[in-house]
Design a protein around this ligand. Structure first.
Ligand SMILES: [Fe+2]
Ligand SMILES: [Fe+2]
Length: 236
């Protein structure tokens, strides 16, 4: 029963990002290959044992569309939800909790980092991959050959942004004592942050271990260089 409930929750989590959050929101629902959804669900449930090569069987476009939908979902739904919980804690405890100032400070700084991380991918890395895909589809024509983007450099600076989120639980746990149970709003906030951390980890696995190796392969066919790319080991 509990497992079924978990499966339903994970299914909702993964599919929720494929439809715009509200009526006013821009964008069409994403028509995703059900077989890819199944693999993503598997990645969520299997932790370290998920055979990542399976996901490389899908087209780069499908992977890219999924990752972009996920970025949108973080910016328009997940971050605002977590912020909302923080506002709720503020309205309940005001200035009385010393922890709040540290939490708010940390979370705002974290949010800025994450937004910058996503922007860089959306502005530089993903458009480059789209150009490579266009070129591969239309080699005979004059599809514009992109300037070579340094994927290795991208990987070197592609920091595992999810690790920083652990700081939130450290902060909260440091302030809660054994004889005083953690207040419910903090528990909820902590839970949201922990789920988001898992989310970001899965997202990074797809970026680093599915999209990047596929992009390097495709790049090789146009630029002919064998890159000395080494995968960082998946940390799930
Ligand atoms: Fe990303
Ligand atoms: Fe990333």
């Amino acid at each position: 029963m509990l497992n079924e409930l978990m499966d339903t929750k994970v299914y909702q989590l993964v599919t929720e990002r494929l439809t715009p959050a509200s009526e006013g929101e821009q964008g069409q629902p994403i028509d995703m290959n059900p077989a890819l959804i199944e693999q993503i669900l598997d990645l969520y449930s299997k932790d370290e044992d998920y055979p990542i090569e399976k996901m490389r069987a899908f087209s780069m476009e499908e992977i890219l569309n999924y990752l972009q939908a996920t970025h949108r979902y973080y910016l328009t739904k997940k971050l605002p939800e977590i912020e909302q919980s923080l506002v709720h804690i503020f309205s309940k405890y005001g200035q009385s909790h010393q922890l709040l100032a540290s939490l708010a400070y940390f979370f705002n700084a974290y949010k800025e980092n994450l937004i910058a991380h996503i922007r860089m991918e959306e502005k530089e890395f993903f458009p480059y991959i789209r150009q490579l895909i266009a070129l591969s589809k239309d080699e005979a024509s004059n599809a514009k050959r992109p300037e070579k983007f340094d994927i290795q450099h991208f990987m070197d600076s592609h920091s595992p942004i999810e690790d920083e989120l652990q700081e939130v639980s450290t902060l909260i746990k440091r302030y809660s004592s054994a004889d005083e149970p953690m207040p419910l709003p903090y528990k909820i906030f902590l839970n949201q942050v922990e789920i988001f951390e898992i989310e970001l980890r899965k997202h990074a696995i797809i970026e680093d271990h599915v999209l990047v190796p596929m992009a390097l392969e495709l790049e090789k066919t146009f630029f002919g260089t064998s890159n000395t790319y080494s995968e960082r080991s998946p940390s799930q």
